[in-house]
Design a protein around this ligand. Structure first.
Ligand SMILES: *Cc1c(COP(=O)(O)O)cnc(C)c1O
Length: 435
């Protein structure tokens, strides 16, 4: 990774000497800014104008910061029951959430954990033990090129092998991979790439496979790589024909992000397991959920001890998280237009931006819009172009965090037209001034 060394060190400010920041090349980065208050789409800084949070604080803040409905749901729950061991006990907010999510996803069983990575870990473990419980020794898992499923070991293993997990490569279980036929506006070769991907998947599925895991419609961290709903539908059919289980990692795509309540619904696929987090609590509290079909659950009902799912987290189904999630679902149910009609808002602006000569591969899915900056540098996460644009945008009051040369907007649903326009205008000005 010589690109590490070739990066010029940025001017250093004050770094907190106790905090170890996530996903940050500390010696090459500016110290983080302090945020003590946020509201709607705005982040308030000390002695500087506010920033528009154009990426929903790492894709979690769904309705906007400090949403009063969610805040009051958390507050009243905190005065009622803040935490309870979830073996031996259940509680009303979990019961309500379970009923609503199983209805919404058509997957009957909920297994609670703490975050997106654990929701994925649980899905993989359930899939694995499902076959074990049936006396079937299959072990192959299939994922997709470019996938990201989280940072714990199992989640790293099913994700793309890259710079981020290089030090752990020896410790990761083997995963077979099919190509991900990512597409964009006016993409002329998509059909051919889809066909090749499906052929590879079909071939791999000839070996008994315990699960196929994918991010429905949009691969997030891999670079906002979008596929056509029809491709997913065909892939899901192959998984069914191949007698395997389909895991939909909807950690990013769930809760309206892709224009429908779940990306699986927009693609018309019926996964056997689904991982949820991020927007689940409206982005207010950490919580993960793995949805499973009733038929999977039933294979764990044998009385012999090894058929039990021996897995649980201290904060399983934390009541505050459940209360936030229920309040967030109310907001989604009461205002479905907010996510159903977001795509049109992006399209209008992105069409304009596409005229810029540095913009390539424009694409939109629901509330997510993305494009690549045309650059001569090698692509990937360490590409400079996005970093430069980020610095520019932050100076102008818009917080973006490009993935290498991939620029994307993934704003909270509450973002106003004026704020969204400012995001696009700032990006356009940045492209003009910088490149
Ligand atoms: C963010 C993400 C994860 C991991 O979630 P964490 O809460 O960060 O552990 C898993 N899968 C996808 C698709 C994600 O976008």
């Amino acid at each position: 990774m010589n690109s590490f060394n070739s990066l010029e060190a940025l001017p250093s400010g004050e770094w907190n000497s106790n905090i170890w920041p996530p996903f940050t090349q500390v010696p090459l980065s500016e110290p983080p800014e302090r945020i003590s208050k946020a509201s709607g789409a705005l982040l308030f800084r000390d002695n500087k104008p506010p920033l528009i949070d154009a990426i929903s604080s790492w894709w979690v803040t769904l309705h906007g910061h400090a949403n009063p409905d969610i805040a009051s749901a958390i507050s009243s729950q905190a005065n009622q029951l803040e935490q309870i061991i979830f073996a031996d006990f259940i509680h009303p907010p979990a019961e309500e959430l379970a009923k609503r999510l199983s209805h919404a996803t058509r997957l009957q069983r909920l297994f609670f954990s703490d975050n997106g990575s654990t929701a994925v870990e649980v899905a993989i473990k359930i899939a694995c033990q499902y076959w074990y419980n049936k006396g079937d020794s299959r072990s192959q898992i299939i994922g997709f090129e470019g996938a990201y499923h989280g940072d714990t070991f199992g989640a790293m293993a099913v994700g793309e092998r890259n710079l981020f997990n290089q030090p752990f490569e020896k410790m990761l279980f083997p995963v077979k991979r099919a190509p991900w036929p990512a597409t964009w506006w006016d993409d002329e070769s998509v059909e051919q790439r889809e066909e090749e991907a499906l052929l590879t998947l079909e071939k791999l599925l000839k070996t008994p496979t315990l699960a196929v895991i994918l991010e429905p419609l949009v691969q997030g961290a891999g670079g906002m790589r979008m596929v056509r709903p029809d491709f997913l539908k065909k892939a899901a059919e192959l998984v069914k024909q191949g007698n395997s289980l389909l895991i939909a990692d909807e950690v990013m795509t769930g809760f309206g992000r892709c224009g429908d309540l779940f990306a699986s619904q927009r693609a018309d696929i019926a996964p056997d397991l689904m991982a949820l987090s991020k927007g689940l609590t409206g982005g207010c509290l950490p919580m993960g959920i793995t949805m499973a079909s009733e038929s999977i659950f039933q294979t764990f009902m044998d009385k012999k001890p090894e058929a039990t799912f021996w897995h649980g987290h201290s904060f399983t189904a934390n009541p505050l998280g459940c209360a936030a999630a229920n309040a967030s679902l109310n907001l989604l149910e009461n205002n479905p237009k907010n996510y159903k009609e977001f795509e049109a808002r992006h399209i209008k602006h992105l069409k304009e931006l596409t005229k810029h000569s540095r913009v390539e591969k424009p694409r939109v899915m629901g509330t997510i819009a993305a494009f690549d900056i045309k650059t001569n540098e090698s692509k990937g996460y360490l590409n400079h172009a996005g970093k430069q644009l980020k610095q520019y945008a932050v100076q102008k009051g818009v917080f973006i965090r490009p993935l290498g040369n991939v620029v994307y907007l993934l704003p909270p649903l509450c973002i106003t037209n004026e704020q969204l326009e400012k995001c696009y205008k700032t990006i356009e000005n940045g492209l003009n001034d910088l490149f």
